[in-house]
Design a protein. Structure first.
Length: 324
């Protein structure tokens, strides 16, 4: 493991560490803004007391937390018209104080082709700036990612497109972003209103972004559901927005990691193992990580033995996150 790389990533996004708190807005809306996006149930709908988290009793305060907590994967949702981010940010900071979260990194979900509900850092940055030192942000999930997914074939990526993409990426960094995210290769639709999108991880624009990220020493937060081979879509996912066949993802992911070893790739959700293909052997354990530029952020909730083994194998380059 290269500890220098880990130190740089920690400086960029505060740290990769245990995440125990998530933010949710308290403003009323048909689609309640906060950290549960459209179509996703909030805490009360899941049957538990509002704002309660596993392992944290009601009424717990930051004074009882003895370890520093950094949340490196947070989505704010500002209502169906993206006009309630002020409330989402305020509620997030209150919950961070309550649960002892020192700092959080906010980003847009990985949108596919541009749609009405897309948003990115310009919609919330004015509110996160009110909390310097507490809220950092990444950019690109609602701008770079839709552009990339609108051009699925490599032949569509012209020099003009590459310049447009580069200009957007540099503008994100100029605005103060600590990295790019949330980007996506394969993003499964796990509930009916949860979008599907796919381009191979070695898409020309993702390779370009890896070069930009390496040059500026910032990470890329990448969502890529793990599939070692193409399969027919399982029945559990067939009623959502997924196609009839799901693509293999791992070979292209390896090519992305090999393209520029200096690029730091944060594999969000521990590889998003909805389909059961995530194993420690897949990422190279016990001999070492798939790549020394790869960092794994996995959700602690509902982690099965295989994914736990992956995180343990990558323990020097892994963190736990709610990934909501």
């Amino acid at each position: 493991m290269q500890t220098a790389k880990i130190a740089v990533l920690a400086a960029s996004v505060a740290a990769l560490a245990l995440v125990l708190a998530v933010a949710a807005s308290s403003q009323p809306s048909k689609r309640r803004p906060g950290l549960h996006g459209p179509g996703r149930p909030g805490p009360a709908q899941r049957g538990g007391p509002r704002n309660r988290r596993p392992g944290i009793p009601p009424g717990s305060s930051s004074a009882k937390v003895t370890i520093p907590i950094y949340d490196v994967h947070v989505h704010f949702f500002g209502g169906s018209k993206n006009d309630q981010f002020a409330g989402a940010v305020a509620a997030a900071v209150k919950l961070m104080d309550r649960y002892g979260v020192r700092k959080a990194v906010v980003m847009s979900p990985p949108r596919g082709q541009a749609g009405k509900g897309n948003y990115d850092y310009p919609q919330f940055i004015r509110y996160t700036k009110r909390h310097p030192g507490r809220l950092a942000f990444m950019g690109g999930g609602g701008s770079l990612n839709p552009l990339m997914h609108s051009l699925p074939e490599p032949a569509q990526v012209t020099d003009k497109i590459k310049k447009q993409f580069t200009d957007r990426a540099l503008a994100i960094l100029k605005a103060g972003a600590v990295g790019f995210g949330e980007m996506s290769s394969l993003h499964l639709s796990v509930i009916p209103r949860h979008g599907y999108n796919f381009v191979p991880a070695d898409h020309p624009l993702l390779l370009l972004l890896a070069d930009i990220a390496a040059e500026h020493d910032v990470p890329i937060d990448l969502h890529m559901d793990t599939l070692i081979k193409s399969i027919a879509t399982p029945a559990a996912f067939s009623r959502n927005q997924n196609p009839k066949t799901l693509p293999e993802t791992l070979a292209a992911f390896r090519r992305l990691l090999e393209h520029n070893p200096k690029a730091k790739i944060v594999w969000a959700h521990g590889g998003s193992d909805h389909l059961g293909d995530m194993t420690a052997e897949l990422v190279g354990a016990p001999d070492g990580p798939l790549s020394e530029s790869l960092y794994v952020v996995a959700s602690g909730a509902g982690m099965g033995p295989a994914r736990e083994q992956v995180v343990r194998a990558e323990k020097n380059q892994a963190g736990l996150g709610r990934g909501v």
